[in-house]
Ligand binder design. Sequence first.
Ligand SMILES: [Zn+2]
Length: 251
Amino acid sequence: MQTKESQGIVLYNKDFREDDMLVKIFTETSGKKMFFVKRARKSTLASVIQPLTQANFLLKLSDSGLSYIDDYKEVETYKSINEDIFKLAYASYIMALADAAISDNEPDPHLFQFLQKTLTLMNEGLDYDVLTNIFEIQLLDRFGVQLNFDDCLFCHRKAQAFDFSYRYSGVICPEHFSKDERRAHVDPNVIYLINRFQNIQFDDLKTISIKTDMKVKLRLFIDSIYDEYVGIHLKSKRFIDDLAKWGDIMR
Ligand SMILES: [Zn+2]
């Protein structure tokens, strides 16, 4: 066992035996790990082992077995996300995506910081649909999926009214539409935005604004990319899809 201080975000917890709990934390320095908390509800840790809690943890880490939480400070509970069922649903989904994208015990500080930054911006009130789309697009790489939305697969010209080809796994320009008679017929603006999302800096985000009909098209296209190339089905994603169906009534 080694003792280490690290930032961490609680992904989820589950009951274990009578009063104990297992808590999955994505730590910045050691990746995702499972922590054992004895008598969890009565423990001094009770408030920091809820999902979507971030803290600077003092941890006792095991390479293979369960790890332990010794202490914590600087807790962030993402209050505005927790107070809004929509934000909470999207935040839960991106945490589940991050969980699915990498193996346990493998450090990925870059993904940790990306998740932390995305949650912070969601908490600050930036558009959660757009933040989620950016997270999904930039995460493709972690699932071993590399797609080029920047230039035509055949002539490498940029900035065209591109369509997507599942056959060739990339974009094609109008001159090369004939190469794939079953091209996806995606709105070229969707491809333009996804190409931007792939490289976007968070500072640019504050200026981005996307209309509802374009958001719907983005959602559909990203869903089909995930179906085709990633193939995971998360419960938290189904919840978002259900929310969208009756969301208009609540908004
Ligand atoms: Zn071309």
